[in-house]
Design a protein around this ligand. Sequence first.
Ligand code: PD2
Ligand code: ZN
Length: 289
Amino acid sequence: MVKGRYSRMPNRRSSPLTLLLAILLMLSVVILMLLALGIFSIPVNSGDSSKANDLSSVRLQNVVKTGLGERGDQWTEILSWEPRAFVYHNFLSKEECDYLIELAKPFMEKSTVVDSATGKSKDSRVRTSSGTFLRRGRDKIIRDIEKRIADFTFIPVEHGEGLQILHYEVGQKYEPHYDYFLDEFNTKNGGQRIATVLMYLSDVEEGGETLFPGSKANFSSVPWWNELSECGKKGLSVKPRMGDALLFWSMRPDATLDPSSLHGGCPVISGNKWSSTKWLHINEYKVLG
Ligand code: PD2
Ligand code: ZN
């Protein structure tokens, strides 16, 4: 029997609504495919635009474990851009700090400073600590630390002087000074000092801060302001914490000397302070010790 003109089969002509739904479905499939292939991404806005470039603290991930002992969480803190200064937290383990102190102890002598006229070492009242130098690359533990310094600063190991170990007792200090040379004698070997890494080998009960008196930063807003000694409140200060390392640059990126790198060690008020300095040069530094 021939079917009538109007059969009971549903009408195959789509309504505009079905058509729209089909288009939307296809579009969603295409977007999902683009997202999966990484060709397209959804912008994420936290709602606080100031966060986007907030680099004041950088957490380090996938840190390769090297050296003696276990280190706590490591992160770098941007302290200031004038001077350019950064703190690397837990740069050394407690075992490494103790190792450096024990190695240096038998050789500690009254510290000297460089005479800017002659370039020779001389006794000084501006620096009342005692200290010694540990030859670059002298053993595996020191090589590990020196490699870590090179990784942190992007300056090759060969550009560094030997580690200087310093000890300050109550009342001892290092008056504000520049680490760069002002004489021709010293710049001959290794060229000018470009940066310094200062490692704190002990906590200090009171005082002993590293002070940048010429800093243009809003230094009284640091979170540790209330823990600082009177001297520490005279500028931007870092409170010594065992294992932390302070990196600051004596030269700007255009190779001019940066006078805002003026810095000193505040007098120790109670307890005592052990620290270690690594000076970094423009060229290879050949005189070891
Ligand atoms: O030991 C210090 O805190 C310190 C402070 C300033 C060391 C140096 N400078 C240095 O060795 O240059
Ligand atoms: Zn110094």
